[in-house]
Write a protein that binds this ligand. Structure first.
Ligand SMILES: [Ca+2]
Length: 202
């Protein structure tokens, strides 16, 4: 990005993000480790600083069955793996109903599922990615420094018979390149400038 463009972006408070919400929806095959995949192809070649993935219109009657991962073909990160299952159990009995975003710094999905309880939907929102037995996962840590360009593949699977689910679509969003101050940071800069002015007047 040229200095002029970056300056204009900073002046307008814009964020240098790439978002592609074109991922196709699908039904998750019941009780199938092979699961199902869907690709999004990104043409832009930017250096990733952070990634988030959103499942749109997610439905499932037993979240503990479900695993979701994202990969660029080289690196793979879990979004969630059989929530509520520390190993060898049927997992959490709450459900999925709506749009769920997975991003570093999001809410605790396992805690939200536990709070929801049997047959109750986990609230829609932004959740931190997690792995097997709720192991912490960082999307920035996994994909930071890698190019946005290429094929990004969402994998989902269901590990137990009976309860089923689907998504209507999915998307991926990247923060890339030089950090652009967000409106909150710009306001902070403004406040700092004001503080400087106040100090000068003393
Ligand atoms: Ca199932």
């Amino acid at each position: 990005m040229g200095a002029l463009t970056a300056g204009l972006l900073m002046a307008s408070g814009a964020v240098a993000d790439i978002t592609d919400n074109s991922g196709a929806g699908f039904s998750i095959p019941d009780n199938s480790p092979a699961g199902i995949t869907s690709d999004i192809s990104i043409g832009a070649d930017e250096t990733i600083t952070d990634v988030s993935v959103t499942l749109f219109g997610a439905q499932h009657s037993w979240v503990g069955d479900v695993t979701a991962t994202i990969t660029n073909g080289t690196e793979t990160a879990a979004l969630f793996v059989r929530v509520g299952d520390p190993g060898g159990t049927s997992g959490d009995s709450s459900t999925l109903d709506g749009d769920y975003t997975f991003a570093d710094g999001g809410d605790d999905l396992w805690a939200a599922a536990d709070a929801a309880g049997f047959g109750v939907a986990i609230p829609v929102g932004t959740y931190a990615p997690s792995g097997v037995a709720d192991a912490p996962v960082s999307l920035a840590g996994t994909f930071g420094g890698v190019s946005t360009q290429g094929t990004w593949t969402l994998f989902m699977s269901d590990a137990a018979q009976g309860d089923t689910g689907s998504i209507t679509g999915w998307g991926i969003s990247f923060s890339s390149g030089a950090a652009i101050p967000e409106p909150g940071s710009l306001a902070l800069l403004g406040a700092m400038g004001l503080a400087c002015i106040v100090r000068r007047r003393r």
